[in-house]
Design a protein around this ligand. Structure first.
Ligand code: HH2
Length: 274
């Protein structure tokens, strides 16, 4: 999943893709590099950010989103507003990525249910403006899993079956370094929820804390490590700004996994001489 932020203030690429020509060039590049999904957002959710009115989000998306749909990749709309999601679905988007997991707008889950649209349900502690103030958990993995189970129940209540839901532990959304690491290490433990798992560690602050790289746009090495480790543990969708390098990393990691599968001896008894 390649990220396109049509925003002036996103944490790692704010302002770079506000001009339609630059946005479409980036979308074309991500598709050419192997993105199966394009996640397009018009509101930053970085720590400290404030909400952007739906009309303004729609205005930012108006030119670029229909053009992205025409390129053939699945377009995901990154918004917590049902009004914005409705605009995007009417323009051909195929996934709703709601970082509030349907809590911000009571119309979001019913909208997805009516349209039969898959929804990403993400965990966030608090709100973007304050979420990094002092996040605390007793057991972050168990609490995130419980939250996501609750949102899956809310989705089901709205008429959206589990088969239409994707879950996301929300890397960086109300989490300290140790919380992000525990969630990435334990991502496989979310598999019991019965949905594909999405993770979005791309360029985030915890990578800077580990590597000392201050400039968020230069955190590619750490991003690749986080993505591959999550993929090895069962993450199915990796949300990144740098599609080409991740596609290359995944090709190598998949080849190693295949070689490992071929190398393994048959299971006990399968060879017929126990
Ligand atoms: N992270 C960001 C935005 N949307 N959606 C999901 N499902 N998971 C994530 O981890 C996630 C997300 C933040 O990244 P970005 O869009 O680059 O930054 P900003 O919110 O500043 O635009």
């Amino acid at each position: 999943m390649g990220v396109l932020n049509v925003t002036p203030d996103s944490f790692s690429d704010g302002g770079r893709f506000i001009a339609p020509d630059q946005a479409i060039a980036q979308v074309e590049r991500m598709v050419a590099e192997g993105a199966g999904i394009l996640d397009i957002g018009a509101e930053s959710t970085r720590p400290g950010s404030r909400a952007v009115a739906p009309a303004e989000q729609i205005q930012r998306l108006q030119t670029i989103l229909p053009r992205a749909v025409k390129l053939g990749a699945i377009v995901s709309i990154d918004t917590t507003s049902a009004e914005v999601a409705r605009f995007a679905l009417d323009a051909g988007a195929g996934i709703i990525n709601d970082v509030s997991a349907g809590r911000d707008d009571p119309d979001m889950l019913p909208l997805a249910a009516r349209r039969g649209t898959p929804v990403v349900l993400m965990h966030m502690l608090g709100r973007p403006r304050t979420m990094q103030a002092d996040p605390r958990y007793d057991d972050v993995l168990a609490e995130v899993r419980q939250f996501l189970a609750g949102r899956l129940a809310a989705a089901a209540q709205a008429g959206l079956p589990r088969g239409k839901c994707i879950v996301d532990p929300g890397i960086g959304f109300g989490k300290r370094l140790e919380h992000n690491l525990a969630l990435l290490a334990g991502v496989g433990k979310l598999a019991c929820l019965g949905c594909p798992i999405l993770v979005g560690p791309s360029r985030k602050r915890f990578i800077g804390e580990l590597t000392g790289v201050q400039d968020a746009s230069c955190r590619l090495g750490g991003t690749l490590a986080a993505c591959i480790e999550a993929w090895r543990r069962g993450a199915a969708i990796l949300r990144v700004h740098d599609v080409g390098p991740l596609a290359e990393a995944l090709k190598v990691a998949s080849a190693i996994r295949r070689a490992d599968d071929e190398r393994k001896p048959p299971a006990c008894g399968a060879a017929g001489h126990d």
